[in-house]
Ligand binder design. Structure first.
Ligand SMILES: Cc1ncc(COP(=O)(O)O)c(C=O)c1O
Length: 364
């Protein structure tokens, strides 16, 4: 039947997610499982978000308000930008797909560093675009000059995942600004800032500021990480009204459910909860990197809610051993790092348990 497929679909490889808890329960018959594999928020959504989603469920007979006006207005206030410069959709993944659908013609080139989030490549291939991958340097940092060198008249999009998944590394503010100024006008720079709220560098300038300054930038965010709403599927992006026009033209009519929209709005109304998550995340990162280094691993300084860990040898056996003990981490083989795993910051109890189990597994 493959002859019936869209030609571009044949080029795709399925997305490799962190292993779901349900699969491990089924395969290994375990009941207690700690999943630290998908950069989810270990504390869950704000209680206010849960209550708002429950209340909205009673209105499920009505289609949601299609433009997510109230959510955009709240986001506009939160990030200091006109709500007309915001699009909301069904997760950041969906926004990345909309960007490709809106802008890519067959043969257009799309540049990004590698390894990074795999969706840039798959959505490019789907539209018949040509992915151009520039390796991260040996410090796991973006090679921004390498990107600039590859820009030509065929380049349409450049992706910078900041902080980068799976490395957790961040582009230095001054370097980012100087890069942005050098990107030519015919190129759209997509800053994937799914983890940017976790950046703990004082006065770090986020993508939304550059959007306000008028650069050809789309800054992509999500409620899945900091706000703990991964299953609700709400992503948002900031861009000029001109850049949003084609994105809105391809967006499906009601991409965000009433319940998810209400949960996202209520999350923004709970800054104390968000601050708690940020504080705990920082402590968790410090704890995990200290303990992992004590166990002889190298960790890469992270500005997100996860840590990349170099174990110095093939990761698969350790990954399997941890899983048998109910701990799911993310092996990074699919990212091109066969010796590394990525671990999400959990609650203090989850982090301690993970280190305890890891220590035992290594002893055996
Ligand atoms: C860098 C990056 N961008 C986008 C996403 C997708 O987020 P969402 O859950 O909003 O689709 C993820 C999810 O892990 C991510 O790591």
């Amino acid at each position: 039947m493959e002859h019936l497929w869209n030609q571009n679909v044949k080029k795709l490889t399925p997305y490799v997610p962190g292993k779901p808890i349900e699969d491990v329960q089924k395969e290994l018959g375990l009941t207690e499982i700690i999943k630290l594999a998908s950069n989810e928020n270990p504390y869950g959504p704000s209680p206010k978000a849960i209550a708002a989603a429950q209340e909205a469920a009673s209105m499920n007979q009505l289609y949601p308000e299609p433009s997510n006006r109230e959510l955009r207005e709240k986001l506009g206030m939160e990030y200091g930008i006109d709500s007309e410069q915001i699009v909301v959709s069904n997760g950041a993944d969906n926004i990345l797909l909309l960007i490709s659908q809106a802008f890519l013609n067959p043969g257009d080139e799309v540049i990004f560093c590698s390894p990074t989030f795999s969706v840039y490549k798959s959505t490019t291939l789907l539209m018949g675009g040509v992915p151009i991958e520039i390796p991260l340097n040996d410090q796991y940092q973006f090679d921004l000059d390498g990107i600039l060198e590859k820009i030509n008249e065929k380049t349409k999009l450049v992706y910078v995942c900041n902080p980068n998944n799976p490395t957790g590394t961040v582009v230095d503010s001054d370097e980012l600004e100087s890069f942005i100024k050098k990107v030519p006008d015919h190129v759209i720079l997509v800053l994937d800032e799914a983890y940017a709220e976790f950046i703990s560098i004082e006065n770090y300038k986020m993508g939304v500021q550059y959007v306000k300054e008028g650069y050809n930038i789309i800054s992509v965010h999500t409620f899945s990480k900091l706000y703990g709403l991964a299953a609700a599927r709400v992503g948002f992006a900031f861009a000029s009204k001109e850049l949003l026009k084609p994105i809105l033209a391809v967006r499906e009519p009601f991409p965000v459910t009433r319940m998810s929209d209400a949960a996202a709005i209520a999350s923004l109304e709970d800054p104390e909860y968000r601050d708690f998550i940020l504080t705990e995340n920082r402590k968790g990162l410090d704890y995990l990197s200290d303990e992992l280094e004590k166990l002889g691993f190298s960790t890469i300084e992270s500005y997100a809610n996860f840590l990349l860990v170099d174990t110095g040898k093939e990761i698969e056996p350790l990954y399997q051993d941890l899983m048998k003990q109910g701990i799911i981490v993310r092996p990074c083989t699919s990212f091109g790092y066969p010796n590394h795993f990525r671990v999400t910051v959990g609650t203090p109890e989850q982090n301690q348990k993970f280190i305890e189990v890891l220590r035992k597994v290594l002893e055996n």
